[in-house]
Design a protein. Structure first.
Length: 148
């Protein structure tokens, strides 16, 4: 299945994909708060996401995704990164993968193309949930801060 091949290709190139995204996050006008994160912290978070993409898409449960991205949202809120920056960073993460997949896939046959599109749809749903849960974690942190 082409989808699994693409997952393995992404995992294999996770360091390069993460490095490229890190540069974009640190220079984008829409994510200035990411300049305040330690470089090693940001790199680790991005590599972890990309290097274990197969696990995220195939074996992690909805509650695993919720727990991780709620925590991510809360951590970003704690250091002053806004909800819109968190959302934009996750959208950039997804866009980075789309660009990599289109560059590397070279699908020529209709069946391969169908498998690729199925994979991309799964990837898209994953990042949509990631954004949602990260924002929930962000909001929860902000609510706790106001209550304190």
């Amino acid at each position: 299945m082409l989808g699994l091949k693409l997952v393995h290709l992404i995992e294999k190139h996770s360091q390069d994909i993460a490095q490229s995204l890190m540069v974009k996050l640190r220079t984008s006008e829409r994510t200035p708060g990411y300049r305040t994160l330690r470089e090693d912290e940001l790199r680790t978070a991005l590599v972890t996401l990309y290097a274990h993409l197969g696990d995220w898409l195939l074996t992690k449960t909805e509650s695993d995704v919720e727990r991780y991205f709620r925590d991510l949202g809360a951590r970003r809120a704690k250091v002053g990164i806004t909800a819109s920056e968190v959302a934009w960073a996750l959208m950039m993460s997804k866009s980075q993968l789309w660009s990599f997949v289109y560059r590397e896939s070279g699908a020529e046959k209709a069946l391969e193309l169908y498998g690729e599109l199925e994979f991309l749809e799964t990837l898209d749903r994953f990042f949509d949930r990631a954004i949602y849960y990260a924002l929930l974690g962000f909001e929860q942190h902000m609510h706790l801060q106001k209550a304190a």
